[in-house]
Design a binder for this molecule. Structure first.
Ligand code: ADP
Length: 266
């Protein structure tokens, strides 16, 4: 698999004359996790959808690696995408849901079972291959959605609030799972939309802060929290007490909440 980053080159999107993404310039390096953090309606999902190919920019260009993908249909972009509500097909078994993207991509038929099994293995869902989505919990359905995205061996993984439909306990478990997957897939660039600072701080190498259709700030968590460049960032991210503090092997603490992050060996 080649390493590809994502580049937004002055991307604007409008709906009915209303600009909802205004001249976004942003680069996600190959293998980097970039969180898009901001309040509801700030344009985060629109930015993600512009990379996925579900929305056509009014102006500007989107690159994946060296390729200008602005005019390419979604299935030719080499991306995997996971959204909040899983979006599994209810009438298909887990393995057929995971195979779906591979078939859409016209992967060789002989490769499909092996790649489905590999993706289900990575997300801990191998034992559920023959179940239907309705027979799974919310967290399990989201794992299947992640397996479906991984099965195509994407260069770029787009995650849109993937944990927000889960309860708090499941969410912190899945957050740790995503951190593990990122370590196992060091070449995959991840764009992670969230309004949750803990998620952004746990997973992201850098955080892009959005408000009112514009990029307000971008930097490592340390940079943003210690030296916010705009007033909006300062008020939105709050104070540096939120920064994660390592409190033991594989455990970090956010403002008093401890979270276990599995080590590479775990
Ligand atoms: P966020 O992900 O930050 O919550 P979105 O990118 O979903 O923000 O939305 C940004 C703005 O664009 C919002 O005001 C939203 O109502 C509007 N919007 C999003 N999708 C559409 C659409 N398909 N048609 C019209 N307006 C839309």
């Amino acid at each position: 698999m080649s390493r590809s980053g994502i580049r937004f080159d002055h991307v604007s999107v409008a709906y009915g004359g209303n600009t909802v993404l205004d001249g976004l310039d942003l680069t996600v390096e190959p293998g980097e996790v970039m969180a898009l953090l901001g309040p509801s309606g700030s344009g985060k999902t629109t930015a993600l959808r512009a990379v996925a190919g579900f929305v056509r920019p009014a102006s500007g260009r989107v690159f994946i690696g060296d390729r200008d993908v602005t005019a390419l249909p979604p299935h030719q972009r080499g991306i995997g995408m996971v959204v909040q509500q899983y979006a599994l097909f209810p009438h298909l078994r887990v393995e057929d849901n995971v195979a779906f993207g591979l078939k859409a991509q016209k992967a060789p038929k002989s490769e499909i079972p092996g790649r489905v099994a590999e993706a289900l293995e990575m997300t801990g869902m191998a034992a559920y291959a023959e179940r239907y989505p309705r027979e799974l919990s919310g967290g399990q359905q989201q794992r299947v959605a992640i397996a479906r995205a991984l099965a195509i061996r994407p260069n770029v993984l787009l995650l849109d609030e993937p944990l927000s439909a889960l309860d708090a306990q499941l969410r912190s478990g899945m957050l740790a799972e995503l951190a593990r997957l990122h370590r196992e897939l060091p070449d995959v660039s991840i764009l992670y939309v969230t309004h949750d600072q803990v998620e952004a701080l746990t997973l992201a190498d850098r955080i892009a802060v959005m408000d009112k259709a514009r990029l307000q700030d971008c930097g490592t968590p340390q940079e943003l929290y210690r030296r916010p460049r705009t007033e909006f960032t300062a008020s939105f991210v709050g104070n540096a007490n939120l920064l994660p503090v390592t409190v033991g092997s594989g455990t970090v603490s956010f403002a008093g909440t401890q979270l276990k992050v599995p080590t590479a060996e775990a």
